[in-house]
Structure formats: structure tokens, C-alpha cells
Ligand binder design. Structure first.
Ligand code: XMP
Length: 540
């Protein structure tokens, strides 16, 4: 898979940004595992799998100095996979001193090849790239493979592999084409595996990671979201004192969870701002006001900013430029409203860990972006607020769990995510009010039918996309030359990878019939059957 790449467009985080790692008491995050990211598509997945063992896990840049790692004092270090070859010039390397820290190390795929290149082993290009399922025979089940016996199914994805290792390593497992599928150093707590334990295609991968994290690294597995929520609430309360916090509310899960957390911490000192940018889904503004009113009793400011957003998007069809302009318009509107709120000192945002990682906002973290996520880096320093981002160490599924812990209703917690730039990234090409109206209607039919079929929770995101193509059709006796709608429905755990939902044909037929009959301007409906990667979930 190609490496993630791109420039970091985000505004630097204010120094005052609170990370939950800093918010929570030392005891909750003291037992951390760090993942060094060598450009892997699955580095975040590794971190999530580790957290499933109730162990806090953080992703760091691959070239972080061993001294800095020592300061962070992790219980274990995982070296991720990556698209490079260890023997080519410029290949990403880690600080070799990390092997001398005495902290257990697990190298996965490229990470394993780095271990061998550093400590005694030969890495060769294999005649054929190995990609897919393989049968792996375990030769030693005392450490990494404890409680696993015989053959296990594993997922391979590599061009290079280890062809020989020095005496310092003991082979732990092999496949028919890969003699060193897993190895252990004979005297140091250093391990490597050529396959990927973090992906679901390695069914016993969770057990292998557990063996590493709990048995080998000695983590106790005590990191819990409930404790975490209480610690975050206590810290926010302490930090804010009697000052006021502003929170941007979008109706999405993330901002709702932030608001709920802040509300628990500081109650009436919270003011929320909802910017209706004209890019929201059908009836969304009313729904947010209703739901918000049901669950919080704080000061809510609704800003009707459709005009401003439409003006800035006029004539713009390039996706990143659309995102950029929406980001700036959002900042302008937010700023105008925020300055009306007296005595506001803090600004809260629902930034999540993947945003932080991909934007390069964490100086210790890896920097890679595919798309601009305008909520990272957020509002500029000139606004003069201190930032509070209580979710910036959490993955999406953890945020939902936290929402439930905080008492938010399931309907809100399980709402499909909706991107900050809203319908603009689903209205391909130039955005106009007319196109948005068509898209909004089609989208509401897609979601309504998914809910009626009882598939809302089963799918992770389901929506309509308005395509900038016209095609010929026939309605009644008349020829039509109208637009097409694509239905997108995906299933994913982490939104980093996703598979298209296998929706029943009858459901697709109902959606198609309803959209063509009920939405003027549409004469064709397609179903998007691409997975991520190589496609993304959104079309822009
Ligand atoms: P992609 O399209 O990158 O989307 O596969 C992954 C997830 O991120 C959401 N998304 C965004 N969210 N601002 C956001 O707040 C954005 O610019 C943005 N772009 C994509 C997308 O809806 C999906 O859940």
C-alpha cells in the first residue's frame, strides 16, 4: 500500500491545548505503549488493538529520539510496518539507541526488518510480493505465542523479508514461504513478526498483542474510559475555575460528547455555538436544537450563515479549495459570534486522535495527511482563547463509549459521522443552493430507508452523493437529461479502512425508486461498491 503523504496544512496547536494524557492522572496513562509509525496504513489500528487491552497507547514519529522515548517511559515499543525497504537510501529509520533502553520492542513487518537490520539479520527482496492470508506454524509458544498452538492464520503484506538471522535471534514461527515469520532476541526483550497481528484477517492477532502488552511488557490493563471521563471532568473543572468556555456544536457525536463532558464539569459556564453553514443535512438545525435542548440546559447560539458560505463557495469546484474556504468561513462566523459572548476564556473542540495524528499537530507524532480536516488546529491564535480538546487522545469508538458513560442517548451517540465541510464534499464540483436542495432530499431518503430496514447501526456511514454528470432517461413519454445520485454506505470500525455495505437489493431498489420519483432533477441512481483504500469514504 502506498504511504500516506501530503503537507500539513493545519494551524499549529496552541501550547495550552490540553491532551487527555496530560489531563488524566499519571496512574491512568503511566502504563503506556508507544507505536513508532514508519508510514504504515495500520499504525492507528495497532494503537486501537492495544487499547482494547485497556492499555493506553500513543503513536509517535518514527525518528523520535530514544532519549525522548525514555522520558515518556513506555512499558513497550511497537515498530509499525511501512512501505519502504530498509536497505534503500532514505528509508525511515528509528534511533538505534532505543534497542538499548531495556524496554520490550515488537517490530511488525517493516519494523521487524529494522530490528534485524540493526541487530543481526539479512533482509532480502522476495521474488514475489506476498499479500494475503498465510498459514503460520508456531515453533515456540512460550512468549509471544503463549496459548496458541500449531498453525494459525495470519495476514501478510510485504515485498521484503528476512532471509537469515544471526545467532542472537531465535525463530518463533514460519510459513511455507517465510522462514522467519516471527523471531525473538535470545537475551533482550525484542521481538519481530513479518505478518500483521493488528488486522482482523489475523484472527489470533489480539491474543498475540495481548501476550506482548500484558505478559511481556507487564502492563496491568487498567486503562478504562469511565475513570478517564471522571479524571477529564475533574481536570477541566480545576483548569477552568469560574471562567467561561465556548464549544462549537455541530450535532455530531464528537462535539456532543465534548459538550456533555464540559457540561458535567462546569454546567452553566458553558456556551455553545451552532453555525448553520447551509451545508447541513435535511432538518438538521432543528434536530440539533431539539436534542441539545433535551440533554443540556446551557446557553446555545445558533448562527444562520448560509449566505456567507454560499458566497465563498461560488465558482469553486476543487475539493481541497472548497474545504479550505469552508474552514475559513467557519472561523469568521465563529469568531463573530464568539466575540459576542462575554468573558469567554476557553474554546473547546472535538478533535480526535486520528485528526491529531494526520495533521501533524503532535510534535512527537507522525505527520501525514490525505485530506484537510479543518477542525484540526482550529481557530487561529488571534481569537485569544485557550484551547481545550478533551477528546484529542481518543479514537471514534472510544468517543462513543465515552458519550454513553456521560449519559448521552444512544440515538445521538450512534449517529453516523458527518464531515465538517458537510454536504459540500458530497455535492461534487461547484456547490449551489439548488444542487444542495436536491442532494438533501436524496440523502434523507437514503438514511430513512436504512433506518426503516433496521440497518442504521449495522452500517457506519450511509449517505447520498450528487454527481456532476447528466445522463439521458425517460420518464412517462418524455426524454430526460438529469443528474445522477450515488448511494454510499460503508462498514468500518475506525474510518481508516472501510468496506462497502452489502445492502439488500430490495432496499437499494426502494431507495432508487423513491429518489427518482420524489427528487426532481434525478433520473439515475448508482451504488458505490468501492472500499477504502483505495477509495475514500467521502467522494471529495
Ligand atoms: P474519508 O473520506 O477520508 O473519511 O475516508 C473518513 C471519515 O472522515 C470524515 N471526513 C471529514 N470529517 N472534516 C471532517 O470533520 C473533513 O474535512 C472530513 N473529510 C472526511 C468522513 O465523513 C468519514 O467519516
Amino acid at each position: 500500500m502506498p504511504p500516506l503523504s501530503g503537507n500539513n496544512p493545519s494551524v499549529a496547536m496552541a501550547d495550552t491545548t490540553l491532551s487527555v494524557a496530560e489531563l488524566t492522572s499519571d496512574s491512568l496513562t503511566a502504563q503506556r505503549i508507544v507505536v513508532l509509525d514508519f508510514g504504515s496504513q495500520t499504525a492507528q489500528l495497532i494503537a486501537r488493538r492495544v487499547r482494547e487491552q485497556n492499555v493506553y497507547c500513543q503513536i509517535l514519529r518514527h525518528d523520535i529520539a530514544a532519549d525522548r522515548i525514555a522520558e515518556l517511559n513506555p512499558k513497550g515499543i511497537i515498530l509499525s510496518g511501512g512501505p519502504s525497504s530498509v536497505y534503500v537510501d532514505g528509508a525511515p529509520k528509528c534511533d538505534p539507541k532505543l534497542f538499548e533502553l531495556g524496554i520490550p520492542v515488537l517490530g511488525i513487518c517493516y519494523g521487524m526488518q529494522l530490528v534485524c537490520a540493526a541487530l543481526g539479520g539479512k533482509v532480502d527482496n522476495t521474488p514475489s510480493r506476498e499479500y494475503g492470508r498465510a498459514n503460520c506454524t508456531i515453533r515456540n509458544n512460550e512468549s509471544l505465542f503463549r496459548d496458541l498452538n500449531g498453525d494459525i492464520e495470519v495476514w501478510m503484506s510485504h515485498g521484503d523479508q528476512i532471509s537469515s538471522v544471526s545467532e542472537v535471534f531465535e525463530p518463533l514461527a514460519q510459513t511455507s514461504t517465510c522462514p522467519y515469520a516471527a523471531i525473538a532476541h535470545r537475551t533482550l526483550p525484542i521481538f519481530g513478526m513479518q505478518f500483521h497481528p493488528e488486522v482482523t484477517h489475523t484472527p489470533q492477532g489480539g491474543q498475540i498483542l495481548k501476550n506482548f502488552v500484558i505478559d511481556i511488557c507487564g502492563c496491568e490493563g487498567t486503562w478504562q474510559l469511565g475513570d478517564f471521563a471522571q479524571a477529564a471532568i475533574d481536570h477541566v473543572r480545576q483548569l477552568v475555575g469560574d471562567r467561561r468556555v465556548i464549544c462549537g456544536l455541530s450535532g455530531g457525536v464528537d462535539s456532543s460528547v465534548v459538550a456533555a463532558l464540559l457540561y458535567k464539569a462546569i454546567g452553566p459556564q458553558l456556551s455553545c455555538i451552532l453555525i448553520d453553514n447551509g451545508l447541513l443535512r435535511k432538518d438538521e438545525q432543528a434536530m440539533v436544537i431539539r436534542e441539545f435542548g433535551d440533554h443540556f440546559k446551557t446557553d446555545l447560539h445558533v448562527v444562520d450563515a448560509e449566505e456567507q458560505f454560499m458566497a465563498t463557495l461560488e465558482g469553486i469546484s476543487e475539493p481541497q479549495e472548497k474545504r479550505r474556504r469552508i474552514g475559513y468561513a467557519f472561523i469568521d462566523c465563529f469568531k463573530a459570534e464568539a466575540t459576542k459572548i462575554k468573558d469567554a476564556h476557553f474554546l473547546a473542540q472535538g478533535t480526535l486522535y486520528p485528526d491529531v495524528i494526520e495533521s501533524g499537530a503532535d510534535p512527537d507524532g507522525p505527520a501525514a495527511t490525505i485530506k484537510l480536516h479543518h477542525n484540526v488546529g482550529g481557530l487561529p491564535d488571534e481569537l485569544g482563547f485557550e484551547l481545550i480538546e478533551p477528546l484529542r487522545d481518543l479514537f471514534k469508538d472510544e468517543v462513543r463509549q465515552l458519550g454513553l458513560e456521560l449519559g448521552l442517548p444512544e440515538s445521538l451517540v450512534w449517529r453516523h459521522p458527518f464531515p465538517g465541510p458537510g454536504l459540500a464534499v458530497r455535492c461534487l464540483g461547484e456547490v449551489t443552493r439548488e444542487k444542495l436542495q436536491v442532494l438533501r432530499e436524496a440523502d434523507s431518503i437514503v438514511v430513512e430507508e436504512i433506518i426503516n430496514a433496521g440497518l442504521y447501526r449495522e452500517t457506519s456511514q450511509s449517505f447520498a452523493v450528487l454527481l456532476p454528470v447528466q445522463s439521458v432517461g425517460v420518464m412517462g413519454d418524455a426524454r430526460t437529461y438529469d443528474n445522477a445520485i450515488a448511494i454510499r454506505s460503508v462498514k468500518t470500525d475506525d474510518f481508516m479502512t472501510a468496506d462497502w455495505s452489502r445492502l439488500p437489493y430490495d432496499l437499494l431498489a426502494r431507495m432508487s425508486t423513491r429518489i427518482i420519483n420524489e427528487v426532481a432533477g434525478i433520473n439515475r441512481v448508482c451504488y458505490d461498491i468501492s472500499s477504502k483504500p483505495p477509495a475514500t469514504i467521502e467522494w471529495e
